[in-house]
Design a protein around this ligand. Structure first.
Ligand code: FES
Length: 150
């Protein structure tokens, strides 16, 4: 065990965990940031997506020891009141069905739009492709990303 200092959503946190503990479990179990979800645990579904220095990563396979000084953003840190443009587009299009995968979807979408504010349909599909939704809300997800980009 060792103490890891983490910069998350503009705040400082500490967690006393093993070096190979996935960031997902530090966020959820140690720090109470439970908006980030566990789906598969093997980097295949995207439910656990957060940003590390603005890049979308799969926190279920990202060891806490790899974070270092990087800035982490979780779904809780996107906006104060759920009014980030991507969250507003999600509301407008009424994207979720069960909702479980949606934090990961939104974090992937926001990382895309930070790098490419005006993606075409193919770029949206390519970026969102790896985020699985058991309810099949893909059509609405693509629509919401396009809406947020306008
Ligand atoms: Fe991390 Fe599925 S829980 S990709």
């Amino acid at each position: 065990m060792a103490i890891y200092k983490l910069q998350i959503n503009g705040r400082s946190y500490e967690a006393d965990v093993e070096a190979d503990t996935p960031l997902l479990w530090v966020l959820r179990d140690n720090l109470g940031l439970v908006g980030t979800k566990y789906g598969c645990g093997i980097a295949q579904c995207g439910a656990c997506t957060v940003h590390v220095n603005g890049n979308a990563i799969r926190s279920c396979v990202y060891p806490v020891s790899a974070v270092g000084e990087s800035k982490i953003t979780t779904i809780e840190g996107l906006s104060e009141k759920g009014d980030h443009p991507v969250q507003l587009a999600w509301d407008e299009v009424d994207v979720p069905q069960c909702g479980y995968c949606q934090a990961g979807q939104i974090m992937t979408a926001t990382a895309l739009l930070q790098k490419n504010p005006n993606p075409n349909t193919e770029e949206i599909e390519n970026a969102m492709n790896g985020n699985i939704c058991r309810c099949g809300t893909y059509h609405r997800i693509r629509e919401a990303v396009a809406l947020a980009a306008t």
